[in-house]
Design a protein around this ligand. Structure first.
Ligand SMILES: Cc1ncc(COP(=O)(O)O)c(C=O)c1O
Length: 398
């Protein structure tokens, strides 16, 4: 069949729109500069201030700032005591870090399928994958929408599992009125620049459990302690410290922490604007039968990190690849989230076969991520909707 020319001509926009980007103001720059002028640029006073801010915002009892979201997931797995022989259930519809954290500990990631409408991990599929070796669940709040926490917590209670919520996308989201960060055994955040707030890089683990908190603190910094109560052979000498386990250097710098605190002071307005954009998109796209938007659950008041559009390809005379390329030609620099984790060659080499999670695999073939970030103007949003309409008009089946 001859290919349709679905792009070309004058693009909807002259300047490209990326799918996500940070928003940095003068107050952020000043906050970083102030730390750079100070004597302590790593592990200084700003770390504690950031941790206090995260606790205040989410209602969690304890926060441990780390160098990135991947480190947050890794220290959470270490604190959970995950080791060789254990299985950790997670979703394939995520960034690889959500599963890699289990591999770092010598454990096996086990992929449960997703709900075909919310794209979050399905509690029913979690149940099907529990074995006597299951130790934890890494549940990802995909695009910012909270997973079905009530049901997943119930599963954890029944089978004595630890719940690690991968909230890399969901800072600012609440579930039944409680902030993400204050609910799971441990919640891992990422502060990468496309996320709602950024430190350049950065991450944090939040928990309400003192014992887990103490372990997180240790693993963040080589498992070295100066606290006599944690030592094997305390000597009382002022210079003395002990390494009591195998930890890492996952420390955040003080200037990143200062940037993050400054960014967090804008979380409410960031969150509101993201919600406004999502509303405009939902309204615009609801008029196009050839696309489906992500279903929202009533329990989650979502600060959306990604906006995913599913193309109903059986109504269209084009592949996802052609639609993607056509949107780029319109200067809409969309993206795709995510390639199922076990499609990656490394996971294939480990023996994960395609076909494990049919919902995730099917949905992956049909999704494209639209631009979504705080500083998008209403005109930018309208341009995206217009570009999608234009591309669809060109490839619609009559
Ligand atoms: C769902 C999810 N988990 C974990 C991470 C890892 O975070 P980081 O890039 O800060 O290491 C990401 C990063 O994009 C993510 O999207």
């Amino acid at each position: 069949m001859e290919k349709l020319a679905i792009h070309g001509g004058v693009p909807v926009r002259e300047t490209p729109l990326t799918y996500g980007k940070q928003y940095i103001d003068e107050a952020d720059i000043e906050a970083v500069a102030n730390v750079l002028r100070s004597p302590l640029i790593t592990s200084g006073p700003q770390i504690q201030i950031l941790e206090e801010n995260l606790c205040r915002i989410t209602g969690a009892k304890y926060a441990v700032a780390v160098s990135n979201g991947t480190a947050a997931l890794h220290v959470a797995c270490l604190a959970a005591g995950i080791h060789e022989g254990d299985e950790v259930i997670t979703t394939p519809m995520t960034f690889a870090a959500s599963a890699n954290c289990a591999l770092y500990c010598g454990a096996k990631p086990v992929f449960a399928d997703i709900d075909p409408e919310t794209y979050n991990i399905s509690p029913a599929s979690i149940r099907e994958h529990i074995t006597e070796n299951t130790k934890a669940i890494v549940a990802v709040d995909f695009t910012g929408q909270a997973v079905e926490l009530d049901e997943i917590q119930q599963i954890c209670k029944e089978y004595n599992l630890i719940l690690i919520e991968d909230a890399a996308h969901s800072l600012g989201t609440t579930y039944n009125g409680c902030s993400v960060g204050s609910i799971a055994d441990m919640t891992a955040f990422s502060f990468h620049p496309v996320k709602t707030v950024t430190g350049g890089e950065g991450g944090a683990v939040l928990t309400n459990n003192k014992e887990l908190f103490n372990k997180l603190i240790l693993f963040r910094s080589h498992a070295i302690t100066r606290d006599a109560s944690q030592m094997v052979h305390p000597t009382g000498e002022g210079w003395y410290y002990e390494q009591v386990d195998l930890g890492y250097n996952y420390r955040l710098t003080d200037f990143q922490a200062a940037l993050l605190s400054s960014q967090l002071s804008k979380l409410e307005k960031f969150s509101l604007r993201r919600k406004e954009i999502v509303k405009m998109y939902d309204e615009g796209f609801s008029q196009i039968p050839e696309v489906t938007v992500q279903k929202e659950i009533a329990e989650s008041d979502t600060t959306r990190h990604l906006y995913i559009l599913r193309f109903n390809l059986n109504m269209l005379n084009a592949s996802r690849r052609e639609i993607f390329d056509a949107l780029w030609a319109e200067n809409i620099h969309c993206n795709v989230h995510y390639i199922p984790v076990y499609y990656h060659p490394y996971y294939q080499k480990l023996g994960y076969a395609k076909g494990l999670c049919p919902n995730a695999e099917k949905i992956y073939e049909e999704i494209i991520t639209m631009p979504l970030y705080y500083s998008m103007t209403t005109k930018d949003v309208a341009d995206v909707i217009c570009a999608v309409k234009k591309v669809i008009f060109n490839v619609k089946m009559e």
